[in-house]
Write a protein that binds this ligand. Structure first.
Ligand code: KIV
Ligand code: NA
Length: 264
């Protein structure tokens, strides 16, 4: 596999090849995942939880994200590097431009932001300025306090239809990738069919164009609990690189996620 770009992922969707992605936060794991052939690495603001031991992602700063992006960048040769913009770092367009620049200069090739329609202008402005954007719908963890907990989203018909409309608007604004988190599998499928950009699911069923897992969940390391949608790939392999290769193979073959990992 050569260098992965946004064009590579777009082509994979067109050819029906499943995209396998994972989070990483440092050079050593990033290098191993890159060598295993993972298509993209996300420096997720999940680092607030899995590295810092916080209850949610809200305490994560742009400085934390830039630091871990620099660390990951040094380990990566081919994988596409996506960095999360943390809580309130894109509240206005101007803030989004300044903070996205910090992540791109730290080594990201794409930034991710959480939210629907209200982000359309921000996305268009970022793309015009040379910054590719991954959007994120469903259970967007920075809004946990609005949701009243980490809950599956889009369960009723109105909310599901609304999410499809938001996905279309984000694509129209210029987003080149869309993460879908904790939604019914049927909605994951509907959104993936409604838009032309690749969708990357986590707890969104098997019909999204790709999958993402938090690396700690995929390796069975957890400081709190193991989410329903995840699988411990280390148990079957006993070796971290082989675990990630198995994850990529299982995603490609349509074996992960299985029925037990899906919200109905
Ligand atoms: O922060 C993160 O790790 C994420 C993924 C779970 C999509 O946003
Ligand atoms: Na995140």
């Amino acid at each position: 596999m050569g260098k992965v770009t946004t064009a590579t992922l777009q082509k994979m969707k067109q050819q029906g090849e499943k995209i396998a992605t994972i989070t990483a936060y440092d050079a050593s794991f990033a290098k191993l995942f890159d060598q295993a052939g993972i298509h993209a690495i996300l420096i997720g603001d999940s680092l607030g939880m899995v590295l810092q031991g916080q209850d949610d992602t809200l305490p994560v700063s742009i400085e934390h994200m830039a630091y871990h992006t620099q660390c990951v960048k040094r380990g990566v040769e081919n994988t596409l590097i996506i960095s999360d913009m943390p809580f309130m770092s894109y509240a206005t367009k101007e803030q989004a431009f300044d903070n996205a620049a910090k992540l791109m200069q730290a080594g990201a090739s794409m930034v991710k932001i959480e939210g629907g329609l209200w982000l359309a202008d921000t996305i268009a402005g970022l793309v015009e300025r040379g910054i590719p954007v991954c959007a994120h719908l469903g259970l967007t963890p920075q809004s946990v306090n609005v949701f009243g907990g980490f809950k599956v989203q889009g369960r009723d018909q109105d909310k599901a239809q609304e999410m499809i409309e938001h996905a279309k608007a984000l694509e129209a604004a210029g987003a080149q990738l869309l993460v879908l988190e904790c939604i019914p599998a049927s909605l994951g499928k509907a959104i993936s069919e409604a838009i032309n950009i690749p969708t990357i699911g986590i707890g969104a069923g098997k019909d999204t164009d790709g999958q993402i897992l938090v690396m700690h969940d995929a390796l069975g390391i957890s400081c709190s609990y193991m989410p329903k949608f995840s699988r411990n790939f280390l148990i079957d392999t006993g070796d971290i690189k082989k675990a990630i290769e198995l994850y990529i193979d299982e995603v490609a073959a349509g074996n992960f996620p299985g029925d037990e990992h899906i919200f109905k």
